[in-house]
Each structure stands twice: as structure tokens, then as C-alpha cells.
Ligand binder design. Structure first.
Ligand SMILES: [Zn+2]
Length: 397
């Protein structure tokens, strides 16, 4: 692996903005140094110099809610499938992610978590797999969305311990009103697993209680939760008015109206919003139909639905989500960047080493052109994707 030296870059995601263009050097898997103007001459020796011509250089995207792509899904329990997902997401600027499970029976869920644990230990060659986001099974059947209601259940302490004992789980979506949720929340907190409120019929007060007990996240805000009513503000009211947690949003302009995304950004601020894709199997393919939970699904107009119109997940990618929110918010990349990297790094429990550009942090980088299209993706110091691919320029492990 050759160390890299980016020059003539607009650096985004550094502690203090630079007045002009700058440079950034990697050493092994980490960021060695950065600064404004031209790099010290000594840094050029032994490094591949990459002049960016004023392109943006920022922390790679982290997707903490993503089920699948290119024909594979986390629930398949298949390590090669997870690696195929990892390679695909890297082409969209993602440098790490949490493969996300669906609600299913115990054995299927354990097999999926075991595969994710195995893949986490591998050098994927694409986006780094950080562990799992468990979406269920301890959810509200009244707010199941596309989760299979046959498998939604109350918290079983032994079963939950078996899931957590796989060591794979970094984030878990729970409906806080479910019997046993308080115990699970305490256990997750003890183990350093982030609890996310979601697929929930909870009142505002129940969400507030979960947050004061340690929940730090909300799963796809607005979707599959109690809506805002003026005398019963519900989970959506908590997303807009209750401090102390980060809220996911699926910014594909199908799951959530652009104005609702703007409202969330204004209410929570840039530091407490996390863009996610919730992408599923057909993402990155030309597939238009398939099966899920034994039911037909169709991909049309950038959305995946059951035949009754129920949304099943998305075919969104992180780069597109970012471009959508740049456009609908009117905010510049220099302000908006935390929603795709720094904030999800906290959700996944990796903020000590990922999610921003600082000396000693992992060299997880994405280069975006002036239209915010992905030009290059670097994972832990190694280039894993170049747009239009010139394979000879890509460094091998
Ligand atoms: Zn999901």
C-alpha cells in the first residue's frame, strides 16, 4: 500500500476550515498530516501525489442502516454477499457501514449476525464492515412497515443476550413500549451498543423516557412511528423537539417529503441528523421485481414496494442522499458534511477513529467533484474505487 498525498483540495471535515485549498497526507492506514497551501516538500517522497484540481476531499460516508445491494442482503447470512455489498457501497463513497438485519426468527437472525461478525474481521477490499445494525425483532406490530409481523415479538432476555453475544451488534432498533425494552436498553448500554428508537407506537413521553434511559438514536425518522399531532406529539414530535439523540432520515424523496427533511434539519441541527439509505437487495442492479418474505416486490421510480404499495426499503445510495439534501436544504457541503460521516460515526461507536479528518484518524476519504459526484474512495489509506476506473492506479492490498 503506497501512502497518498492529496494536493490542491478543498478539505471538508477538518477541525477548522482553511481559507483556501490544502493538502492531506496518509501514512499506512491513517491520516498523517494536512494543511493549507502547498505541502512541505519532504512529504512527497515515497507518496503517490494526487492533485485534485480543487475537488472536495472529505471523510468517507458511513451508512448505519443498509440491508443490501447487488443481489445480496445481510439476512442471507453469507460472507461473500456481504463483501459484494462492501465493494458496491465503496463505489458510492461509503467507507464503512453496518449491514442491517430484518426481523426474523432466532436461528436466521443468529446466522446473519455470525456472518456479519466474520465479515467484520476481514479486510473486505471495499467499505469496512463495522458490525451489525439489528432492525428488530423487538418492534411494534402496529408500526411494522415492511418488517415481517409474524416475527415481531416482546423482548426475550436470553434470546437478546444470544444476539448480543455474537459480538456483531453495534446498533439495535427497539420499540421502547415493547415489554422488556427497558431491560434490553440497560443491557445494551452496559455493552456499549447504541439503542435506536424505531418501528414504534410510542408516545412522546415513552420516547423521552427511553432517551433518558440511554437511547441515543432514532430509526428512519417519520417512517413507521407515531406521527406528530398537536396534543399527542408522538415519536415524530420527539424527533423535532426532544434533545439528546441523533435521528436517521431516508432522503430519497420517496420515504420522506423534502420539506419534512428540512424541518428535521432545522429542528435538530446538523449535529443530530444522520442520513441513511435503508437500501435493499436490488440496489445497484437493473432488477425491477423480486420476492421478499414470500411476497412480490417491485422497483419503480426509485422506490421498492409490496404490491399493496407499502414501501419495503430503498434503492438509495449515500452519495445520492447527500446530493438530495444539499439541494433541498440549500446548505453547502462545508456545513452539511457531518450528516454522512461524523454523526453516523457516533451512532456506530467509532467516532474515536472515523468520521472526520484529523491527524491519527483512519484515512477513510472520499473525493467529490464540483457536482458532488464520487471521484475516488479511500478506505484506511487504500484506494478502493476510482470513478471510470483505471485499475492500474488502484493500489492492491
Ligand atoms: Zn431498514
Amino acid at each position: 500500500m503506497t501512502d497518498l498525498l492529496f494536493t490542491d483540495a478543498q478539505l471538508i471535515g477538518i477541525p477548522h476550515p482553511l481559507p483556501g485549498r490544502g493538502w492531506l497526507a496518509t501514512s499506512g492506514r491513517r491520516i498523517e498530516a494536512f494543511g493549507d497551501g502547498d505541502p512541505p516538500a519532504g512529504l512527497r517522497a515515497g507518496r503517490t501525489v494526487l492533485p485534485l484540481g480543487g475537488a472536495f476531499l472529505l471523510p468517507g460516508f458511513i451508512d448505519v442502516h443498509v440491508h443490501g445491494a447487488v443481489g445480496s442482503e445481510a439476512m442471507d447470512g453469507d460472507v461473500p454477499g456481504l463483501l459484494a455489498m462492501s465493494a458496491f457501497y465503496a463505489t458510492r463513497g461509503v467507507t464503512s457501514f453496518l449491514p442491517t438485519t430484518w426481523t426474523a426468527d432466532r436461528a436466521t437472525t443468529l446466522a446473519a449476525l455470525d456472518a456479519i461478525a466474520a465479515a467484520t474481521a476481514l479486510d473486505s477490499g471495499g467499505a469496512r464492515i463495522l458490525g451489525a445494525h439489528m432492525e428488530g425483532p423487538y418492534l411494534s406490530s402496529a408500526r411494522c412497515g415492511a418488517q415481517d409481523p409474524r416475527h415481531i415479538r416482546e423482548v426475550d432476555r436470553d434470546e437478546a443476550a444470544a444476539f448480543l453475544d455474537t459480538g456483531a451488534v453495534r446498533l439495535i432498533t427497539v420499540a421502547p413500549e415493547t415489554a422488556g425494552a427497558d431491560d434490553l436498553l440497560d443491557e445494551c448500554r452496559r455493552r456499549g451498543v447504541t439503542v435506536s428508537v424505531g418501528h414504534t407506537d410510542a408516545t412522546y413521553e415513552q420516547v423521552a423516557a427511553a432517551v433518558s434511559r440511554g437511547a441515543r438514536h432514532m430509526t428512519h425518522t417519520y417512517n413507521a412511528m407515531t406521527p406528530l399531532r398537536h396534543r399527542a406529539p408522538g415519536a415524530v414530535g420527539a424527533a423535532l423537539a426532544l434533545p439528546g439523540f441523533q435521528a436517521e432520515v431516508i432522503a430519497d424523496e420517496v420515504h420522506v417529503h423534502p420539506a419534512a427533511v428540512r424541518a428535521l434539519l432545522r429542528a435538530r441541527g446538523i449535529d443530530e441528523v444522520v442520513l441513511v439509505t435503508d437500501a435493499i437487495r436490488p440496489t445497484g442492479t437493473s432488477t425491477v421485481g423480486g420476492q421478499l418474505q414470500g411476497r412480490a416486490v417491485a422497483v419503480r421510480d426509485g422506490a421498492v414496494r409490496f404490491d399493496d404499495g407499502q414501501l419495503v426499503g430503498s434503492v438509495l445510495t449515500m452519495d445520492l442522499a447527500l446530493r438530495n439534501v444539499l439541494r433541498l436544504s440549500g446548505l453547502p457541503l462545508s456545513e452539511l458534511w457531518p450528516v454522512v460521516s461524523r454523526n453516523p460515526a457516533f451512532s456506530a461507536g467509532v467516532a474515536d477513529r472515523k468520521g472526520r479528518l484529523a491527524v491519527g484518524m483512519d484515512a477513510d476519504l472520499v473525493v467529490l467533484d464540483e457536482d458532488h459526484q464520487v471521484v475516488r474512495t479511500v478506505v484506511e489509506g487504500r484506494t478502493v474505487h476510482i470513478a471510470g476506473d483505471s485499475a492500474d492506479e488502484r493500489t492492491t492490498p
